[in-house]
Design a protein. Structure first.
Length: 119
């Protein structure tokens, strides 16, 4: 039974408040679909390129996967940036509010529980 107060250590590390990672996460599937569609349009519009349906679909798939991979790689780099900001090794792109400090909350001493059978 510990009756000493719990002390909260305020964090002075800056936080990242930029919303760009959310936009990238939401828009990556949209960009993948647009990249696939655009690749299909380009594959059909290029003069002299006689591609059958399977080749066009493969080209569209490659473009969509490339867009998804680029978004995935960007988000991984952004997570590394956020980790470095949290450790204080990098500056945030958009500084967030200071970390909330909580007051020390004393722990009330607990009375021992006595079972009726022990009396």
């Amino acid at each position: 039974m510990n009756s000493s107060p719990i002390s909260a250590v305020p964090s002075s590390a800056p936080t990242e408040a930029s919303l760009i990672s959310r936009f990238v996460a939401i828009l990556t599937p949209v960009f993948a679909v647009v990249a696939g569609w655009f690749a299909g349009v380009i594959a059909q519009a290029v003069p002299g390129a006689h591609l059958d349906q399977n080749q066009i679909v493969a080209f569209m798939t490659a473009a969509a996967v490339s867009a998804i991979a680029a978004g995935w790689k960007w988000l991984q780099g952004w997570q590394q940036h956020e980790a470095l900001v949290a450790q204080g090794l990098d500056v945030p792109v958009k500084a967030g509010p200071p970390a909330a400090t909580t007051a020390a909350v004393p722990v009330a001493p607990q009375s021992p529980v006595v079972s009726p059978a022990a009396s």
